[in-house]
Design a protein around this ligand. Sequence first.
Ligand code: ZN
Length: 293
Amino acid sequence: MSNSDGNSHLFIQSVGIKRTTLVLILTAILTLLGSFTLTIASAWNPPIPAFSQTPHTIIKHSIQLPSSQPRPTPPLPALETQPKIHFLASGNTGLSEIALTFDDGPNPGYTPQVLAILQQYRVKATFFDVGYLVAAYPNLVRQEYKAGHIVGNHTWTHTNLTLLSASQILSQLNSTSNEIQATIGVRPGFFRPPYGLYNYQVLAQANYLGVTTVMWDNNPTDWTRPGADIIVNRVLRVAHNGTVILLHDGGGNRSQTVAALPIIITTLEQRGFQFVTIQQLVDDMYKNSLDHP
Ligand code: ZN
């Protein structure tokens, strides 16, 4: 048993050595084979194709990479048309232009007198006419238009538009524009709300019809009949470049307005102002004062 024990021990030892040697040899072979295989693989793998530079060339030509050198900014294109004006209460303060406006006509008693004074002084003005009066006195409206004045929309019945629904506002404006167009052949481009009262809905309906809402910044309240001299003084006191003057040729006794008008015109012309229509005021809104001598 001891021999066999010893023999078996030796055998195991011998096998152990052999196994160790075998493992070492195999490992060495595998390592060699591995590196050989890698060498072959790298030798036989075709090289990563070097891009023929074409894509890079295209990118270079199609994309302008920012250069360190500052490049000149291209000039902005000049505006060929000025933006539409939807609302105004005065004109260009850089120009010595003033607009006379007459509301609540046409009136058979006062409109002819106002027209005669404007003709005498060769002044163009703007009339905001009431629709039902346009229907009643169409010849007066034609005289206004033929003399070179602007005929604007002052609603059909001269009502407070802020108390009306959207469709009622639209009806007031549209019927008046229709009547003016039927009378002079031209649809009005300007609208003035009665009493100067407007809200979002009034402006929205005016915009929908394409009329510019025109207010004022010079109001002598001539309709209260404070006296012709008071009307004149109130206008002159606040007159400035681009001012829009509110006067009335209808809606009551306008004899004081008629009396004040020639003094207003002559005094402001002596001060160097020119009278223009609302259309002219709008056309000149974005003019540079340097454009004028
Ligand atoms: Zn009015």
